[in-house]
Design a protein around this ligand. Structure first.
Ligand code: AMP
Length: 286
């Protein structure tokens, strides 16, 4: 039976005895409205750990003032069933007041470029909110390993940096992006798309596949690659491109030449949805 817990105190009381028995704890933080991407994280956690803890918390501090915090899709009943089916042992569903009680004053900020580029540029404060909530959750759960999707590549880089910099004793595991059969990266926000927008959204994953083809064709100039991909996406009229960048997968700094593993990251508005996707292009023996 999966246990559902709403308070930090009860969660600690539930996890403590399992740790005392020597069980490994795997943790998957989420904002709920589960899809196969979330379930892939949970299944991998179950493969690697005796006890799997999943949190569902739509974290207000990572949303900007004009973003979709109030409209973010929620279905706790369905999420419960899916989590239980994936072998989750403990579902942690705190309230906003539980995580940020009156007088709450402490934030975790990963300074510098990795949090300021790409999504950090268009969503100021977003990664501060992400780092803060993930730091809190890691301190509460104290897992052996925590699982994050590569769909949110920059988030994974920011979390790894935070864990390294402040010496948190947890392994951060990245899980490959789970896609719909036609290539669209799974996202809770895909629920915002009407059928026409859903079709238009395919341009993002198609552009990333095209990136691989262009590089296979011999292109090594990052500016030419990104120009070609931006042009390809801009031809789709329902899609408002926010960025398409060609960067180093670890530093997230833009690259001039595609000479080693290279991240192509994209963000776009499609109707009410802001969607992101990315791919890593492997070249030259790396
Ligand atoms: P979210 O609920 O959207 O905040 O996502 C919770 C976790 O699931 C994050 O680590 C995401 O990167 C991960 N995730 C979201 N979508 C996918 C996907 N399509 N494939 C793999 N992981 C995903």
């Amino acid at each position: 039976m999966m246990l559902e817990i709403n308070t930090v105190k009860e969660l600690r009381e539930a996890i403590g005895p399992e740790k005392a028995k020597g069980k490994k704890i795997g943790f998957v933080p989420t904002m709920g409205y589960f899809h196969e991407g979330h379930l892939a994280l949970m299944r991998e956690a179950k493969n690697r750990a005796g006890i799997v803890v999943v949190s569902i918390f739509v974290n207000p501090t990572q949303f900007g003032p004009n973003e979709d915090l109030d409209k973010y899709p929620r279905d706790l009943e369905r999420d419960r069933g899916l989590a239980e089916g994936a072998g989750v042992d403990i579902l942690f569903v705190p309230s906003a007041a539980e995580m940020y009680p009156d007088g709450y004053a402490t934030y975790v900020e990963v300074a510098g470029d990795i949090a300021d580029v790409l999504c950090g540029r268009s969503r100021p404060g977003h990664f501060r909110g992400v780092a803060t909530i993930v730091a809190k959750l890691l301190n509460i759960v104290m897992p052996d390993a925590a699982f994050f999707g590569e769909k949110d590549w920059q988030q994974l880089v920011v979390i790894k940096r935070m864990v390294h910099d402040i010496n948190m004793d947890v392994e951060i595991v990245g899980i490959p992006t789970v896609r719909e059969a036609d290539g669209l990266a799974m996202s809770s926000r895909n629920a915002y798309l009407n059928p026409k927008e859903r079709e238009a959204a395919l341009i993002l994953s198609r552009a990333l596949r095209l990136a691989h083809d262009i590089v296979k064709g011999g292109e090594r100039d990052a500016a030419r690659l990104s120009k070609a991909l931006q042009g390809y996406i801009r031809a789709e009229k329902h899609v408002e491109l926010e960025y398409l960048e060609v960067c180093d997968p670890e530093s997230l700094a833009p690259v001039d030449k595609i000479a080693a593993d290279t991240l192509v990251a994209v963000a776009a508005k499609i109707g009410k949805a802001r969607l992101i996707d990315n791919t890593i292009i492997h070249v030259g023996g790396s």
